[in-house]
Design a protein around this ligand. Structure first.
Ligand SMILES: Cc1cc2nc3c(=O)[nH]c(=O)nc-3n(C[C@H](O)[C@H](O)[C@H](O)COP(=O)(O)OP(=O)(O)OC[C@H]3O[C@@H](n4cnc5c(N)ncnc54)[C@H](O)[C@@H]3O)c2cc1C
Ligand SMILES: NC(=O)c1ccc[n+]([C@@H]2O[C@H](COP(=O)([O-])OP(=O)(O)OC[C@H]3O[C@@H](n4cnc5c(N)ncnc54)[C@H](OP(=O)(O)O)[C@@H]3O)[C@@H](O)[C@H]2O)c1
Length: 277
């Protein structure tokens, strides 16, 4: 195994829906990261209790490839850089090589963690002076890096307004709403403007009170998102980060460009993105 790979232990698991769950793992002492970064997590069925003890499954039920190889996938870290544990938010793709195994995770199981953090969807990428507003736009599990940033007081101190718009298909898939509300209360009480974080839930496949229903690009193009936030998007005043579904990232990028915003390159410009597949 490479020097960068360490074994971590699963400490907790939260199931949101049959296709969405979160879990925490132990954090190696030496592992450092910046809010917004991702790591590579590795799984091998032979390390999961589900396969070895509980389900009656034997090695014969697991493909040779799965047993021979640790499978690694990129995962954004939800935790703040100051937390003692590492939290992750995962989709389950029933025939996905990684998540078809990961879904069986139990407390006490072991995963592999490549301790080299990756990724440039971090607030450090933006050159100073910073503009006043930060917009964080996510679909599905793409919420993860933004939760990490929002647990860092510096994010709250650096911007006048922070808008978090988070889109899921159904209400039950809109995970972490209570966590977002508690961040609003906790970090809001530490800064001058307690209403700094404006949370805009979007549920696209069922009507939900208080949530918008259209997709992000349309909400931006017709001004609904800006009206809900109570602030406008402007090349001089706005940083925007997009994370999640690559189609959402592409379509939203185009919508933002048509509103006059530009991609962030070498620190300058408004828009930064991360695609999950
Ligand atoms: C930078 C980065 C960060 C990522 N962070 C996360 C994360 O925090 N949480 C997470 O669940 N996944 C994350 N992913 C996706 C993750 O790496 C895997 O793709 C996912 O675990 C599925 O793996 P799989 O082998 O089961 O299926 P794969 O073969 O990897 O994917 C099969 C298909 O499933 C769909 N898919 C994959 N990931 C997702 C997803 N997250 N949400 C909705 N549909 C998806 C796509 O259509 C994809 O083509 C991230 C990917 C990247 C590149
Ligand atoms: N969610 C499930 O129940 C489920 C179950 C099994 C498997 N999966 C698989 O998981 C994958 C994704 O599931 P997911 O629901 O987490 O992610 P998703 O399809 O990316 O949906 C999350 C949110 O992103 C929105 N979105 C999708 N494309 C967009 C675009 N171009 N612009 C703006 N917004 C966009 C969706 O709106 P819309 O509703 O308008 O698309 C939804 O609100 C799919 O491949 C799916 O087959 C999902």
């Amino acid at each position: 195994m490479s020097d960068n790979i360490q074994t971590v232990t699963v400490l907790s698991k939260t199931t949101w829906t049959p296709n969405l769950f979160s879990f925490t793992v132990s954090r190696p002492d030496s592992f450092k990261f910046t809010a917004g970064q991702f790591v590579r997590l590795g799984v091998n069925p032979s390390r999961l209790k589900y396969y070895t003890e509980q389900s009656g499954k034997s090695d014969a039920d697991i493909s040779d490839e799965a047993l021979d190889e640790d499978i690694f996938r990129a995962y954004s870290i939800i935790s703040s850089p100051f937390d003692e544990v590492l939290e992750f938010f995962s989709i389950v793709i029933p025939d996905g090589a990684f998540t078809s195994q990961l879904q069986h995770l139990q407390v006490g199981d072991e995963l592999l963690l490549n301790t080299l953090p990756f990724g440039f969807l971090t607030l450090a990428r933006y050159q100073k002076p910073l503009p006043k507003d930060l917009w964080l736009l996510a679909t599905g599990t793409g919420l993860a890096p933004f939760l990490s940033m929002l647990q860092d007081l510096k994010t709250w101190e650096d911007y006048e307004h922070i808008v978090l718009a988070y889109s899921a298909r159904s209400l039950e898939e809109l995970a972490y709403v209570e966590k977002i509300e508690s961040l609003q209360a906790d970090f809001g009480s530490l800064v001058e403007n307690p209403a700094k974080l404006i949370f805009i839930p979007i549920v696209t496949r069922e009507p939900v009170e208080g949530a918008l229903t259209e997709r992000l690009p349309r909400l931006l193009l017709d001004g609904t998102l800006q009206a809900r936030a109570g602030i406008d998007l402007d090349i001089e005043t706005t940083h925007v980060m997009l994370c999640g579904n690559p189609d959402m990232v592409d379509d939203t990028k185009e919508a933002l460009k048509s509103l006059g915003l530009v991609m962030n390159r070498r620190g300058e410009g408004n828009i930064a993105v991360e695609n999950y597949w």
